[in-house]
Design a binder for this molecule. Structure first.
Ligand SMILES: [Fe+2]
Length: 354
């Protein structure tokens, strides 16, 4: 019988046994860790369930009973970019708008009615110290371009005569609603009487100025209505200490880039404030009011009006976005300054019949 040497086999078995022991110990450690984690998770779950089951018995805070007449306001609207005399044919703007003198009058009527409705009915709890109409320029189409001179419904002088009664009715409707009315008049670039926009005589050489001076005279006997018609391009009027600067906005160039009108507005506001500060502290203002851009928009310190005229052929071929004809509304309060901003929709296709 041959002799068998088991020493190698024993050594092999010893190595294997050592490996099994290490594996067993490792698994034991892992199991213990997992058990610990499970205990922690149970604790967290119990906490969440406890929070979920909590019931609050907190009461609502008591509000003071509203006192009728406590909160005062001035109702504001901008009337601008009416472009009276211009004709917009639906066929040329994909059926999105129509405009002529008849429609302009209906939109003025809708503007006055909705201006009263918004302030007196929707915000009827406010006590109004009056209304403020900002007549912000471009009331007339003007003959400043060949295409306008060719296509306007009637001459600018005849349009001035034609629109006197509708505009007086517009202002009278508003003063009937609010009891008092102030009208701030600024001129626009379309109403100039020269080929180029002048610096000298910029206001007095415009149909906006002449027209509203006539309106002022027509309403002179009505002590409820006051006007400011400065002969400089801008003018500041304060309401409860909040200072508004109104100007048409044609000084601000550009605005067709990707940033839209934001760039000219921001630059223009900065330049104007800087200029005013250099003249004197009395020209500092809090909010700038503009027309010109035909896009209703509010930003902190800025209110830009839409156009009574609405969308036109120029906006369409320039690929500008469509906006309903909107005229700005807000109420200024002593506590919060200009508040409750919205655009008054002045277009009513059914009423206008197109
Ligand atoms: Fe305009």
């Amino acid at each position: 019988m041959s002799e068998v040497d088991l020493s190698e086999f024993a050594a092999l078995n010893h190595d294997k046994a050592e490996g099994f022991r290490r594996q067993r110990d490792e698994e034991k450690r892992q199991r213990e860790n997992l058990e610990k984690r499970l205990v922690e998770l149970h604790k967290r779950y119990d906490l969440v369930t406890a929070i979920d089951a909590m019931e609050s018995s907190a009461d609502p805070w008591k509000r003071a009973k509203p006192i009728k007449g406590k909160f005062h306001a001035i109702a504001n609207t901008i009337s601008s970019d009416q472009h009276f005399g211009e004709v917009v044919r639906p066929e040329e703007v994909q059926g999105s708008n129509a405009y002529n003198l008849r429609i302009a009058t209906l939109r003025l009527q809708q503007h006055a009615e909705k201006f009263c409705e918004l302030g007196l009915d929707h915000l009827g709890y406010l006590t109004y110290d009056g209304a403020h109409v900002w007549w912000n320029g471009d009331a007339f189409s003007g003959d400043i371009h060949e295409e306008l001179a060719k296509s306007n419904e009637m001459s600018t002088l005849a349009t001035v005569d034609h629109m006197l009664d509708p505009v007086i009715s517009f202002l009278k409707t508003i003063v009937e609603g609010y009891g008092k009315l102030h009208v701030s008049v600024r001129r626009g670039n379309h109403t100039r009487t020269s080929r180029k926009v002048p610096a000298k005589g910029r206001v007095r050489e415009s149909f906006d100025w002449l027209f509203m001076r006539i309106v002022q005279r027509e309403l002179a006997s009505d002590g409820r209505i006051t006007f400011d018609i400065p002969e400089s391009d801008d003018g500041i009027v304060a309401q409860y200490g909040h200072r508004f600067l109104a100007t048409h906005g044609d000084q601000f160039k550009g605005g067709s880039g990707i940033s839209g009108i934001m760039t000219p507005l921001a630059l223009g506001n900065y330049k104007k404030l800087k200029r005013n500060l250099s003249i004197g502290d009395h020209l500092v203002y809090d909010t700038m009011i503009l027309g010109h851009f035909h896009s209703y928009l509010t930003l902190p310190g800025l209110i830009v009006n839409g156009a009574l005229k609405g969308y036109d052929e120029y906006a369409f071929v320039q690929n500008f976005g469509y906006q309903d004809p909107l005229q700005a509304f807000w109420a200024t309060t002593p506590e919060h300054g200009p508040s409750f901003h919205t655009g008054i929709a002045v277009m009513n296709r059914k009423r206008e019949g197109w």
